[in-house]
Design a protein around this ligand. Structure first.
Ligand SMILES: Nc1ncnc2c1ncn2[C@@H]1O[C@H](COP(=O)(O)OP(=O)(O)OP(=O)(O)O)[C@@H](O)[C@H]1O
Length: 268
């Protein structure tokens, strides 16, 4: 069984009433030559620490725009977006870059690992940018590699790992800064059903340890594993529903059964 993440503050966060983020009447417009695209038209919702939210919606509904705002890659045109206590709406670009590199844990569909670096070095990357390269940081990266089940792959490079293992490295990297939340963009989009199941089980465990997860997905069976599903449509929040624990458990069991059935078919 992999180690739990060595972070007491995060471990107790599931029980806290603090907000990881608060999105208040957020609007985002892209001004083009001939028109203004209103990508978000007044979206509001809160994400308490310890939540696990799936963001869904049809193409063009504003998911990537919202993800970019949550990841401090862009600022709202109007409204407020709080990360912890900080309102990013009024920050300078430098302040945004700082908060992005220190306090957001990104996980992408395509892993975005550096091919020349080992597992441990990839996990340490967010710390390089802060000049934190000491033995304590290396130990932290090694602990995180064990946490995601890669304790025996520390010196492997990405091309020596499976897709699921690479996504585990990316998840460990996302945690190295003790982020406000893990921001995952289609994290299982490139993975087969067995590996998808493994990554979702890892998210379940991290969330159980108090980690906040915000994940964009197109897949209903992935969204069923989250605690909550926020749906966007035409730049507006269309629904915000809770997946109760019994439904989540059913989703886990169904997905595990589907993986076992697939493996049995492949053996025949
Ligand atoms: N940089 C941009 N400049 C102009 N318009 C943009 C820009 N980014 C997004 N848009 C527009 O904003 C709207 C919302 O786009 P967004 O990418 O957020 O949707 P999405 O839900 O992520 O879609 P998909 O699922 O296809 O990725 C769309 O009409 C899109 O064309």
């Amino acid at each position: 069984m992999p180690n739990a993440i060595p972070q007491p503050a995060a471990a107790s966060a599931a029980k806290s009433n603090r907000l990881a983020t608060s999105i208040c009447d957020v609007r985002k417009e892209y001004v083009l030559k001939s028109e203004t695209v209103r990508a978000l038209r007044g979206v509001s919702f809160d994400v308490p620490e310890g939540d696990f939210v799936a963001i869904m919606g049809p193409s063009g509904s504003g998911k990537s725009t919202l993800l970019n705002l949550l990841g401090c890659l862009d600022k709202p045109t109007a409204g407020h977006l709080l990360l912890g206590e900080d309102d990013i709406s009024s920050m300078s670009d430098d302040e945004l870059a700082e908060i992005r590199s220190r306090r957001i844990g990104f996980v992408f569909q395509s892993y975005n690992l550096i091919q020349q670096l080992t597992v441990v070095e990839n996990i340490q990357v967010p710390l390089y940018y802060q000049g934190r390269l000491g033995s304590e940081e290396r130990r932290r990266a090694t602990d995180l590699a064990s946490t995601v089940g890669l304790g025996d792959r520390l010196d492997h490079r990405p091309n020596q790992l499976s897709g699921g293992q690479q996504q585990r490295v990316a998840i460990a990297r996302s945690l190295v800064n003790d982020p406000y939340f893990i921001l995952a963009d289609e994290p299982t989009g490139n993975l087969d059903s067995k590996t998808t199941e493994e990554i979702l089980t890892l998210f379940d465990r991290l969330n159980g340890e108090g980690r906040t997860i915000i994940m964009v997905t197109h897949e209903d069976e992935v969204a069923r594993r989250a605690k909550r599903v926020v749906r966007l449509k035409d730049g507006l929040l269309r629904s915000d529903t809770t997946n109760d624990e019994a439904d989540r458990q059913l989703a886990r069991e169904e997905q595990k059964a589907a993986v076992i059935a697939l493996a049995a078919r492949e053996e025949d």
